[in-house]
Design a protein around this ligand. Structure first.
Ligand code: SAH
Length: 227
């Protein structure tokens, strides 16, 4: 008999804790709270807690669960943080960040801004987040996120969920001092290095590579296409 989605979810998160991918309880709790099955196309509902990327239409995918966990840890997200995500997709990852930075039971209120370049996906992400009551903690923007979102800068963390040729200057400049930019850098069709860039002072940055990953290409001004 197939296990319930709830059971599968607990199992996959427990595995990631045991493997050391999830390091902090707040990350495990956030992943436990957000129903991935509500963000993905109906046809994939039964596979919602398979730890792999899932197609979300328009040639795009939502990241595997371990990748979501890895990015939350790499960005050192914590309650109160203001976060910018480039590549909103279906809105799932934005909801996970929101559970960490603005937990509903806490007085500390962070916020998540997520930018998506494909209009239909931006609309879908907003619908998904609205249905689940996240729009007080997440703002969805339709546009080219490779330019960042200066209107709400500076950010504690900027997370890019698409493969980039390098670290776009506007994103580095929209970090707070001490802020973290998490970005897959490398080839658009093969493998990238998940990179964390920490802003040490106005002009100094520290860069660390964490390991290989695979993302869909970043588009836009500082991406692989100039649209
Ligand atoms: N974080 C997403 C998954 C990201 S998939 C989720 O939770 O589902 C990567 C997304 O980045 C795709 O939807 C793609 O359209 C988007 N994207 C690519 N280039 C972009 C850009 N310059 N600005 C904003 N979004 C971009």
């Amino acid at each position: 008999m197939p296990k319930s989605l709830e059971e599968q979810k607990r199992r996959v998160i427990q595995n990631l804790v045991e493997a050391g991918v999830i390091k902090r309880k707040m990350v495990a709790d956030a992943l436990l709270k957000v129903p991935r099955e509500e963000f993905i196309p109906e046809a994939y509902r039964d596979s919602a807690y398979v730890d792999s990327p899932i197609p979300i239409g328009y040639g795009q995918t939502t990241s595997a669960i371990h990748m979501v966990a890895w990015m939350c840890e790499a960005a050192e997200l914590k309650p109160g943080d203001k976060v910018l995500e480039i590549g909103g997709g279906c809105g799932y990852m934005a909801a996970v960040y929101a559970e960490i930075v603005a937990p509903p039971e806490s007085a500390v209120k962070g916020h998540v801004y997520t930018i998506e370049i494909i209009g239909e996906l931006a609309k879908k992400a907003e619908e998904n987040l609205k249905k689940l009551g996240y729009l007080d903690r997440v703002t969805v923007i339709h546009g080219d996120g490779s330019l960042g979102f200066p209107q709400a800068a500076p950010y504690d963390a900027i997370i890019v969920t698409a493969a980039s040729p390098g670290a776009p200057k506007p994103l580095k400049e929209q970090l707070k001092i001490g802020g973290r930019l998490v970005i897959p850098i490398g080839s658009p069709y093969y493998i990238q290095e998940l990179t964390v860039i920490t802003r040490l002072s106005k002009d100094e940055y520290e860069e660390r590579g964490l390991g290989g990953c695979v993302f869909v290409p970043l588009r836009g001004r500082h991406g692989w296409t100039r649209d």
